[in-house]
Write a protein that binds this ligand. Structure first.
Ligand code: N7A
Ligand code: ZN
Length: 258
């Protein structure tokens, strides 16, 4: 199976997932000066309903908050998207120490962590699984986490991480509105990419916000109490550095709003 270690990490994923060397892989290094202004790109709109959050789980690669995606209560629309995309889950990627931990980088500089809100095109596709293999199936909103003061709302998540310490553990997580994790400014870059972990499907319209949110080192440290390994496994594998490095841009254009 795949992971983030020396033997099973990002440089080895291509053996079982050849698309790892594909034409639209993620993440990428974002070079702001090279982003093309696109007048057809409008603002993005996020409508999230606190009643759609369901559970929080450790899937052995990250901590994931799952949502009820049976209707359009929580959606992203506008920007590069032709129709609303339903929120399915959000999760994080982080490092072991301060500077690195995000997946996308900006002019070669990484942030301490990156939040991904994963949405799917329920207008064109019947299930998330079908959308996840289609070129316009998913829209992932990427938000950088920068180290600084305590984040006002992140404790709602970090306070329950001890309950999902081991791979395969999950617990109720109702009434959470992810709107509280957004920065004040929704200016974004957008490009066509992929899932950043296996199966690495090239099915993601990426929308990466320019403005990071600020979280404290203490809050970031709480993510590192999580384990890649299950409770019964003997070797304790602290969950950290669960990020894929930037991939070649190839024939793609990075876009931004005017
Ligand atoms: N980090 S990321 O790009 O936001 C991401 C999101 C979902 C997934 N995985 C996923 O959706 N798996 C289910 C795919 C079922 C269709 O084959 C992997 C990476
Ligand atoms: Zn992710």
């Amino acid at each position: 199976h795949w992971g983030y270690g020396k033997e099973d990490g990002p440089s080895a994923w291509h053996r079982h997932y050849p698309v790892a060397k594909g034409s639209r892989q993620s993440p990428i290094d974002i070079i702001p000066d090279e982003a093309r202004r696109d007048s057809s790109l409008g603002p993005i709109f996020l409508k999230y309903d606190r009643c759609t959050s369901l559970s929080i789980a450790n899937n052995g690669h990250s901590v994931v908050v799952e949502f009820d995606d049976s209707d359009d209560r929580s959606v992203i629309q506008g920007g590069p998207l032709d129709n609303p995309y339903r929120l399915k889950q959000f999760h994080f990627h982080w490092g072991g120490k301060g500077c690195e931990g995000s997946e996308h980088t900006v002019a070669g500089v990484g942030y301490a962590s990156e939040l991904h809100l994963v949405h799917w095109n329920a207008v064109k596709y019947t299930t998330y699984e079908d959308a996840a293999t289609a070129p316009d199936g998913l829209a992932v909103l990427g938000i950088f986490l920068e180290q600084g003061d305590d984040h006002r709302w992140l404790h709602t998540i970090t306070d329950v991480l001890y309950m999902v310490k081991f791979k395969g553990s999950a617990t109720n997580f109702k009434g959470f509105n992810p709107k509280c994790l957004l920065p004040s400014n929704l200016h974004y870059w957008t490009y066509l990419g992929s899932l950043t972990t296996p199966p690495l499907h090239e099915s993601v319209i990426w929308i990466v916000l320019k403005e990071p949110i600020v979280v404290s080192e203490k809050q970031l440290g709480m993510f590192r109490i999580l384990q890649f390994s299950g409770e019964e496994e003997d070797q304790r594998m602290r969950m950290e550095n669960n990020f894929r490095p930037p991939q070649p841009l190839k024939e793609r254009i990075l876009k931004k709003r005017c």
